[in-house]
Design a protein around this ligand. Sequence first.
Ligand code: CMP
Length: 199
Amino acid sequence: MSVPPVHHYMAGEVIFKEGDTGNLMYVILEGEIEILKSVAGSHKTLSVLRKGEFFGEMSLLDDSPRSATAMCSKEAKLLVMSDDQLDAYISSNPDFAVKMIRNLARRLRGANKLIEQALAGNSTRAVFEGLAEYAREKGLETIKGWRVSVPAFSIWAGQHLGIPEKNIPAILQTLLERGFIVTSAMGEQEVIYPNTQGN
Ligand code: CMP
């Protein structure tokens, strides 16, 4: 097997961009690499990888374009491996293959966490927006805002927002903790959707 070359990168240099065709993978010998994904027009950091970790393997394994952008965030020395070198290395070094599989499992777990957070965020926003509509239509208007019955709103939200009725109280609790809505003197059975416009 030929010896893989070592490439140097300065902080800020892009190694490859999301969507590029990829035929090389990289092992970090020194430095730091940031993995970024373009989401709704801006770049979000998925991970910061350091010495001993690798990246760019996915395009080689499934023959697809780069799933994310790799940018050097701290001056780096990278071992660069071609498709053939990776195949040869995996065949002759089962420990490396196991490490790679473990790494992929860890990344998948991290990605699931991000999906979970994004879905939870969407539900919270949907409940807040639904509550605004419900409070004005069915709430009881007071000086502080609209009083809304939690059980009644939960049934409405289950029917109108596609979020299970049983999950609504916990989401309302999140909105209370974040100060978007206010507790009522009635306790857990009621929340107040504040009247911020003063009408
Ligand atoms: P590839 O798709 O070839 O190019 C982008 C690389 O970023 C990808 O291979 C992985 O090596 C790496 N990568 C993609 N998603 C993640 C993630 N969620 N966490 C860490 N690294 C990732």
